[in-house]
Design a protein around this ligand. Sequence first.
Ligand SMILES: C[S@@+](CC[C@H](N)C(=O)[O-])C[C@H]1O[C@@H](n2cnc3c(N)ncnc32)[C@H](O)[C@@H]1O
Length: 198
Amino acid sequence: MSNSTGMLRFILILPDTPSNGDFLLKDLPGSGKRIDILCRSLAVCFDWAPTSWPKSQLEFVAVLSNEIVITFNDPSEALPVGEVEWAKVIKSTLRGEPQTFTSVREIELDDLVSQILESDNSLVWVLDEEGIPMSSDTNLDLSAQNSFMLGNHRGFNSYAQEVIQRFGIPRVSLGTRSYLGSHCVAAMIALFERLIKQ
Ligand SMILES: C[S@@+](CC[C@H](N)C(=O)[O-])C[C@H]1O[C@@H](n2cnc3c(N)ncnc32)[C@H](O)[C@@H]1O
């Protein structure tokens, strides 16, 4: 299946989250300024959600404090289990000790979006309650790289909104109810799995 499917990528924007790994494992939401959202989303993306979508075709990107981007790929046998194990991976990656499945670089959100849009057969979407309804009959190109941007517990800050507007990124919705970001990751993987079977 991996030959016929493009990369399914999530881009989580965490403007307040420290980019130096300086947070307490015992207080992820407080000291990590909601880094727990990232830990939970990673567990969903690489552990709980995929049943048939190839994990090699999943990528998770976190933009921290609009200056540091961590990219996560399939951890395979090294899969961290639970939020705290993911938090340890994030901490060591930010402190200069990446895992085989993580990488870190200094880049701002607008440059990141621009790079992704410039790569071959690449589509970027914004997950937004108020967007166009997305359902299994949505005309998605599964062979393309599809990247979905997600906000944190407060949604998107004004800078992210400005970037979204400047690049004209389409907004798509899973319904008018506001879900946890991690739920949206699971729902998108499930939707792609349903579409690939059709
Ligand atoms: C907890 S929600 C953000 C909270 C809410 N937007 C607010 O401002 O209070 C986290 C993110 O999940 C995504 N999201 C949540 N519900 C969604 C829905 N029904 N459709 C599409 N995306 C959604 C959006 O990207 C949102 O920024």
